[in-house]
Design a protein. Structure first.
Length: 150
């Protein structure tokens, strides 16, 4: 049986490869959910920090790592959003923001979103329909501005 200590450098190198491979997507999702800035950076860093120990203890395949990275990112963004703006009322609920960010911001296919959020594709389709309807309603309520030269 191989010594677990001797496997650690190989696991650390593999983890570093995964961080390099997925950090752009995790950072993009963090930015979509929290906006540009230190909050998104903090969420990205915490995402990989949370994944480090479990990764060393068991081997993730690349597909499972990406799912776990997205899930950890969502969890970190949720915590940071609540801490930064506990009473903030957004146009969309957090669940709607997640689905909207994953589908329209990250342009992920519905089966992948289904795997990340552990929800059925028909449920996600219904939620996306609600998001579009809610956004359309909000667009109607926003005042129209005209850009005329004066």
């Amino acid at each position: 049986m191989p010594d677990p200590v001797s496997l650690q450098p190989a696991s650390e190198a593999r983890f570093a490869e995964y961080v390099q491979k997925y950090s752009r997507n995790v950072c993009a999702l963090s930015s979509l959910l929290l906006g540009q800035g230190t909050g998104a950076e903090e969420a990205t860093i915490k995402t990989f920090a949370v994944l480090y120990e479990p990764f060393l203890k068991k081997s993730f395949d690349p597909q499972a790592f990406s799912l776990e990275a997205y899930r950890a990112c969502i969890q970190q963004c949720s915590r940071l959003a609540q801490a930064q703006n506990p009473g903030y009322a957004n146009v969309l609920s957090w669940e709607h923001q997640l689905v909207q960010a994953l589908r329209y911001g990250m342009v992920l296919p519905l089966p992948e979103i289904s795997a990340i959020l552990q929800r059925s594709v028909p449920d996600l389709k219904a939620q996306l329909r609600q998001v579009r309807e809610q956004m359309a309603t909000q667009a109607v309520l926003l005042p129209k501005s005209s850009l005329t030269a004066g």
